[in-house]
Design a protein. Sequence first.
Length: 334
Amino acid sequence: MLTRLFWRLDARPEGHDYAAALTLAEEPVAPPAPGEVLVEAQYLSMDPGVRVWMTAREDGYSPPIPLGTPMQGQFLGRVLQSAHDGFAAGDLVRGFGHWATHSTVDPALSGLAKMDEDVADIRDHFGVLGLNGWTALCGLTDVLGVTAGETVLVSAAAGATGSIACQIAQGMGCRVIGIAGSDEKCAWLTGTLGIDTAINYRTQDVAAELARVEGGIDAYFENVGGALLDAALPNMAMRGRIGICGLIEGYTSETGAPGPARFDQVLMKRLTIRGIFLPDFMAEGRDYYPPLRAMYDAGKLVGEFDETRGIERVLDAFTRLMTGRNTGKVIVAL
């Protein structure tokens, strides 16, 4: 009988001690029931937002994962068996299932979708062509309304979503400033990606650096929150816009991070702040793949991967992501 390895959430993790909260387990895999699809994962996506699902918070955008159940996450792989008319064995698919070698899913509930095979690297369906790319484009266009000539600030700029937001904003004709956590990441942002300026928040005074930006920040693509948001608020342009894509600084807390100390600047600068939540726009029928694919085919989107191999090393990869030791998209190859 086919078996699978999967990570089970047994406790709410304290900080980044994931080894004390998750257990690698094995179980038999039954054939898919009518309407279901069994997928053998080739890659697993490591995403900061799932850290909130590990907590007991009831006020998040997704309910907490029950203890004693498989850890949830996104996979990219091949259909092994299908009891659904829309999918056949061998299809390359992406969807939400488990941190596991195999996931049996209902396509309607898991967002299961077939992926194009004619790409340079199928991993790009997790990165520049995946939900990180979709979120970056959605945030810049439909939430922030960025236009050519504006100054765009991106935090966690060397991460999966931030690095794509930097590239798209640059392609839109914007001045792009990225915030990252090492000189190496900053060099990658200004060198490989070619953005205008990169600030190392660990060694530089972010607020002081942003104060030098003539005219202020028109649009801020926020992935971190906390001290970086406080540094940005006084340096926003009048009627600037802030899109909250992530608040990773508060993801290990059961209550989230405390609010910004410089919240008064929302009034003083007449700022607009909106959350960037891709499913809201997907529910409206928005499809961000065609424009992203056009940029990709034109060589205007570059994907970078921080890849770890082996289901047994998932927690190592997730810790790298949550402690900011990655550049680009963090994935696990199975």
